[in-house]
Ligand binder design. Structure first.
Ligand code: MN3
Length: 241
């Protein structure tokens, strides 16, 4: 049977896939309904809800442009490639590369998910970005961390101290209805099960090095000025349902 990319993509009936708290751009593409390989999703780079220079002076335009158009694009392409290769393995029964493509899928899939979240939970300072959370999110932060200041200190510490490349994350854990601060190394390691990120800061050097060089703590401190608390609150309320 044919396994080239065109044959996978040509018979497209298009559906939008919503992915937890993040609005990932994706089209579900059936490969061939007669074949047992299942569906392929064509993941796409989401457009930013603001211009590349909108987060200045806290995050510079060049960093934003490279980060979105090159780095995030790379994760989208990598995830599409990994899922294609896994579909090919199902088609051919050749699983000799299963470990490699499973790892690639987790790495690039984590990258696509977290960057899609990252862009959405930021906004220009004073136009949705900065300030403090309101409403249910504000109450939940106070309940689970004691105060907004205590939350902010723990989150800043977690983000600043990620070993190597990774993320500082605020997760919602539905099983006991609470917020948890965590770290991720790369895009996916250290993840805990049963939690969904509702806020995250990318602390890979590509996210800040042009402007902040080695001063990751300064970048984390500046980043609070562009956090879109309204969006984070929506993510929380969606997960609490
Ligand atoms: Mn990044």
């Amino acid at each position: 049977m044919k396994t080239d990319r065109r044959s996978f993509l040509s018979t497209a009936s298009i559906a939008t896939a919503a992915f937890a708290a993040s609005s990932l751009s994706a089209k579900a593409v059936p490969i061939d309904e007669k074949e047992p390989m299942g569906k392929l999703t064509k993941h796409e780079l989401p457009t930013l809800p603001y211009s590349y220079n909108a987060l200045e002076p806290f995050i510079d335009a060049t960093t934003m442009e490279i980060h979105h158009s090159k780095h995030h694009k790379g994760y989208v392409d990598g995830l599409n490639k990994a899922e294609m290769e896994l579909a090919k393995a199902r088609a051919t029964g050749d699983y000799s590369m299963i470990q490699h493509w499973s790892k690639q899928s987790a790495f690039h899939g984590g990258g696509h998910f977290l960057h899609s979240l990252f862009w959405r939970i930021m906004a220009p300072n004073g136009k949705g970005g900065g300030g403090e959370p309101q409403g249910i999110l504000a109450d939940k932060i106070k309940e689970d961390f004691g105060s907004f200041d205590a939350f902010k200190k723990q989150f800043s510490s977690a983000a600043s101290s990620v070993e190597g490349s990774g993320w500082g994350l605020l997760h919602y854990r539905k099983s006991d209805n609470r917020l948890i601060i965590g770290q991720a190394e790369n895009q996916h390691k250290l993840s805990s099960w049963g939690t969904t990120p509702i806020l995250g800061i990318d602390v890979w050097e590509h996210a800040y090095y042009l402007k902040y060089q080695n001063k990751r703590g300064d970048y984390v401190a500046a980043w609070w000025n562009v956090v879109n608390w309204g969006e984070v609150g929506k993510n929380l309320e969606m997960m609490m349902k």
